[in-house]
Ligand binder design. Structure first.
Ligand SMILES: NC(=O)c1ccc[n+]([C@@H]2O[C@H](COP(=O)([O-])OP(=O)(O)OC[C@H]3O[C@@H](n4cnc5c(N)ncnc54)[C@H](O)[C@@H]3O)[C@@H](O)[C@H]2O)c1
Length: 416
């Protein structure tokens, strides 16, 4: 491939992530990635995106028209989860390096379809598991690889917050988002398997809808609602977190609507390769609190990642602590590493993901966050929901993965 420093990129879905990728990757590559064209069906989202990016990419209403009229070097799919398959199908002929937003899709069948399509796609595909690129996660990996906690044995990852915004968008339905273990938990599960160097195999899950959902009409929005005491009332356009330049809450669908059918409090226990096992749990109705904490236990110590500390420590966004019983070794018993995310969401992983995408397009890097990894992480969510419904442990390979996708599944989280 010829090296072309200036790349022309197209974005499918110019909403929150689409517009963020445009600005963040443009800056991260010192303007070498130019977002020249977008597919965006909604007028106001297009205008918001242009305002955020500070430029007006050419706008199209359908993918094939953009691909036929533009000469592009790469593509980003950042539409709602449930449109990823139809978008990817429209891109198959162009062989353009692709950054595909996580999750792969919104249902088991459509996730499998993405994996099949991607394995015949003639250009590299990376999935935006952006957390893996974050300096705090990279440092944790470096410490684990250097043997600072000995052999990895188990993990305990939790995420508790008032994540009601997840219930006011396409994410509030299985058909739109696929459920929070797929939509949100897939980031945490991906980091768990990456850091532990282990791939998931068997899953037991408990999934419940305990706060959100209800009887309110499907089309009700906060703006049209007269319940001013509602615990999940949103102001459209407001940032969900004052501490960072966070996602604008552009959708205010009612989280107590009868349309809501995804769980809000879930837990899964996972048996992995390499004799590693672990627990992941999340709950999205814990108000006035935001925790995302990862503990990894090794034979010689424990590595503890606190991803969200800003509310308690003004000068520290995140922290890694390594604790060991090592009084006679040259290593200290406790080591701490502090991280500042520079006001960015995703723990400052975005610019690193953007530069990796740039290098991947130039043929200088392989996909690091692969479709196969995403497939395995998302199968944990599928297995947990099945386990919860059927009250039994699920063996992902035997009970879920179709025969033709077993090779893809077994490629996941290898070599870490
Ligand atoms: N990697 C991450 O950390 C991260 C964070 C947030 C969102 N996401 C993912 O990014 C994707 C988009 O999420 P978002 O928060 O930006 O949602 P969003 O609703 O803000 O943006 C999606 C945009 O796609 C447009 N759209 C709708 N149908 C389309 C279609 N058929 N083709 C093209 N565009 C279409 C919408 O009008 C909207 O502007 C989702 O898959 C989501 O899971 C990833």
């Amino acid at each position: 491939m010829n090296f072309n420093p200036e790349l022309k990129i197209g974005i499918i879905g110019f909403g929150e992530m689409g517009k963020r990728h445009a600005l963040e990757y443009h800056h991260a590559t010192h303007g070498k990635m130019d977002f020249v064209a977008v597919v965006e069906p909604e007028d106001n989202r297009f205008e918001e995106g242009c305002e955020w990016y500070g430029k007006r990419p050419r706008r199209y209403l359908c993918v094939s028209e953009m691909l036929n009229k533009e000469t592009l070097d790469g593509l980003i799919i950042a539409s709602p989860n449930c449109f990823h398959v139809e978008n990817l199908k429209d891109c198959m002929d162009k062989n353009l390096p692709l950054l595909l937003e996580k999750p792969l899709e919104s249902s088991f069948d459509k996730i499998c379809e993405i994996v099949r399509l991607s394995r015949t796609y003639k250009a590299p595909v990376m999935v935006d598991h952006v957390m893996r690129y974050a300096p705090i996660i990279q440092k944790a990996k470096e410490l684990i690889t250097a043997g600072s906690i000995g052999k990895v044995c188990s993990f305990n990852f939790v995420q508790y917050n008032g994540g009601g915004a997840l219930f006011t968008t396409f994410r509030r339905t299985m058909a739109g988002g696929g459920g929070q273990l797929i939509e949100k938990g897939t980031h945490d599960l991906d980091v768990a398997f990456y850091l532990c160097g282990a791939a998931p195999r068997k899953v037991t899950g408990i999934c419940r809808l305990q706060k959100f959902g209800g009887n309110k009409p499907e089309d009700l929005t906060c703006a049209k609602c007269d319940d001013f005491k509602c615990s999940n009332r949103l102001s459209v356009g407001k940032s969900s977190n004052a501490a960072v330049n966070d996602i604008n809450l552009s959708h205010d669908l009612c989280s107590f609507s009868k349309a809501v059918d995804v769980y809000d409090n879930e837990m899964c226990m996972v048996e992995c390769t390499n004799n590693v096992f672990g627990v992941y749990s999340h709950c999205f109705f814990v108000n006035n609190h935001f925790s995302r904490r990862y503990e990894i236990i090794g034979t010689e110590g424990m590595l503890y990642i606190e991803l969200t500390l800003r509310e308690k420590h003004y000068n520290c966004d995140g922290r890694i602590t390594v604790a060991r019983a090592a009084p006679l070794l040259p290593l200290p018993g406790i080591e701490e590493y502090n991280f500042n995310y520079q006001g960015r969401i995703h723990y400052n992983g975005g610019p690193f993901a953007g530069r990796h995408f740039y290098d991947m397009i130039q043929g200088k890097a392989e996909p690091f966050t692969t479709v196969e990894d995403a497939f395995a992480a998302e199968m944990v969510g599928i297995a947990a929901m099945k386990s919860s419904e059927e009250h039994r442990q699920i063996n992902i390979e035997q009970d879920i993965v179709p025969q033709d996708l077993l090779p893809a599944f077994s490629e996941a989280y290898k070599g870490f």
